[in-house]
Design a protein around this ligand. Structure first.
Ligand code: MG
Ligand code: ZN
Length: 221
């Protein structure tokens, strides 16, 4: 007996659409949860070594007397960043992503279930050090902040324009090193403007504290 011949069919699975759809749903739930508890949350993205942790430390030093702050640290394997922030008296949640090179909304959703959100007012989420994919995953936060550093060389923005497109704010960090490196910050800022003419850009040194007060005002904190 032979099987009956059928007309051929093609099943079309758009993995990207399904994955991003699931992420967007979780992000919407996170946004709702944060809002319900009156918590303001920030997603801090940037390559390894741009000073994301140091920026969070500087912000926490300024803000810890005013707000109850919680920090989420996304990292492939270590607790180094969470430990650094915790040493300032800040509560932290470590999210080890294993092999994932970015945080996604479902990871944050799980993390939010493990903390008493009614206690906190501000959440800083340090994303995995990587300038490419974190930008594509909404977490459901109030602001997505990209941190670039003058130590990364002049082409970071031109090579990663999508990251700027997805962000709400750009911070140029380590501004104290501009002179010693002979770095052209204006050129970097005009690369940013090329991608998004209206995005707020702040020049900051997390080491000296330059620009931190101004940044805090811009974050409405
Ligand atoms: Mg870090
Ligand atoms: Zn990734």
């Amino acid at each position: 007996m032979t099987k009956q011949q059928k007309e051929s069919k093609t099943v079309n699975i758009d993995i990207r659409k399904d994955l991003f759809g699931a992420n967007e749903n979780a992000a919407a739930i996170n946004a709702e949860t944060l809002k319900k508890h009156g918590v303001i949350a920030f997603d801090i993205m940037g390559s390894v070594g741009t000073g994301k942790t140091q920026l969070i430390e500087a912000l926490c030093e300024h803000l810890r007397g005013k707000y109850r702050i919680l920090m989420f640290a996304g990292d492939l394997a270590t607790t180094i960043d969470a430990d650094r922030v915790a040493s300032h008296g800040i509560d932290t949640v470590q999210i080890n992503t294993g092999t994932a090179c970015h945080l996604d909304a479902r990871m944050i959703k799980l993390a939010l279930q493990k903390v008493d959100l009614s206690y906190y007012q501000v959440v800083f989420i340090e994303n995995v050090g990587n300038l490419i994919c974190p930008a594509g995953y909404s977490l459901g936060v109030d602001k997505k902040i990209v941190v670039v550093s003058v130590t990364e060389g002049p082409y970071m923005i031109r090579k990663h324009p999508l990251t700027i497109k997805h962000a709400d704010m750009v911070i140029i960090n380590k501004i104290d090193l501009v002179e010693v490196l002979g770095f052209d910050v204006d050129a970097l800022e005009s690369d940013i403007r090329e991608v998004d003419a209206k995005i707020p850009v702040f020049r900051v040194s997390s080491t000296t504290g330059e620009g931190i007060e101004k940044l805090i005002k811009a974050l409405n904190l």
